[in-house]
Write a protein that binds this ligand. Structure first.
Ligand SMILES: Nc1ncnc2c1ncn2[C@@H]1O[C@H](COP(=O)(O)OP(=O)(O)O)[C@@H](O)[C@H]1O
Ligand SMILES: [Mg+2]
Length: 210
């Protein structure tokens, strides 16, 4: 059996996904694991072009159009990056994956949950992460971090600038996911310094670590 695992990081903008993904990649490499890191939407040349379209602040895609754009990027990422890496026994750490569509396009934009779930499975060929870490930080705190971040791509503002109610719906959708799939989806408190959050992340992976 292949030993490759897919681990996804989820949570609102600014909660610390990119920071924790980098810390986990480093910790795994120190344990001798071959690690591939990537992000969604993006991670492939086609996916990065789709990301630019999605985050273009001059566009307001219809919610279904937004969903199909992220699904297209996801399908390409699975085929071009994730499946080949898993087949070579690598661990793949992905910054957002299918659960983001349930949080943002179903929860945030109001598309029907079950339909989004089914379309996710079509796009990924049935692949779900072996574990998903939702970094939980109160929305105002996360947005404060996101807005302080120097590297904030102007485009991310299309989501960051949504009204509070949107972010609360996203958060509620993440809670629902953690309740529906407690074995796969883990809730990680993301307050405190990055090194402390990292220890909580390792705790939630204990049964998978080599
Ligand atoms: N635990 C933490 N405490 C304080 N600031 C943090 C923490 N984790 C990340 N940050 C900072 O907050 C900002 C957003 O973090 P980032 O990892 O980019 O979040 P995300 O990828 O979820 O949007 C960055 O400037 C980062 O350095
Ligand atoms: Mg990030």
């Amino acid at each position: 059996m292949a030993k490759g695992l897919l681990i996804s990081f989820e949570g609102v903008e600014g909660c610390g996904k990119s920071t924790q993904l980098a810390l986990l990649a480093e910790a795994l490499r120190q344990r001798g694991v071959e690690v591939v890191t990537t992000r969604e939407p993006g991670g492939t040349p086609l996916g990065e072009q789709l990301r630019a379209l999605l985050l273009d602040p001059s566009q307001t895609p219809n919610p279904w159009a937004e969903l199909f754009l992220v699904l297209a990027a996801r399908a390409q990422l699975v085929a071009q990056v994730i499946q080949p890496a898993l087949a070579q026994d690598r661990w793949v750490l992905v910054d957002r994956f299918a659960d983001s569509s349930l949080a943002y396009q179903a929860g945030g934009r109001g598309l029907p949950w079950e339909e989004v779930r089914k379309l996710n499975l079509l796009a990924t060929g049935g692949l779900l992460p072996h574990r998903t870490l939702i970094l939980a930080l109160p929305v105002p705190q996360a947005l404060k971090r996101a807005r302080l971040r120097l590297s904030t791509a102007a485009g991310n503002r299309r989501f960051e600038d949504e009204e509070d109610a949107f972010h609360r719906r996203v958060e509620a959708a993440y809670r629902r996911l953690a309740q529906e799939e407690p074995q796969r989806v883990r809730w990680v408190a993301a307050d405190g310094p990055p090194s402390e959050v990292h220890l909580r992340v390792l705790d939630q992976l204990e049964d998978l670590l080599p």
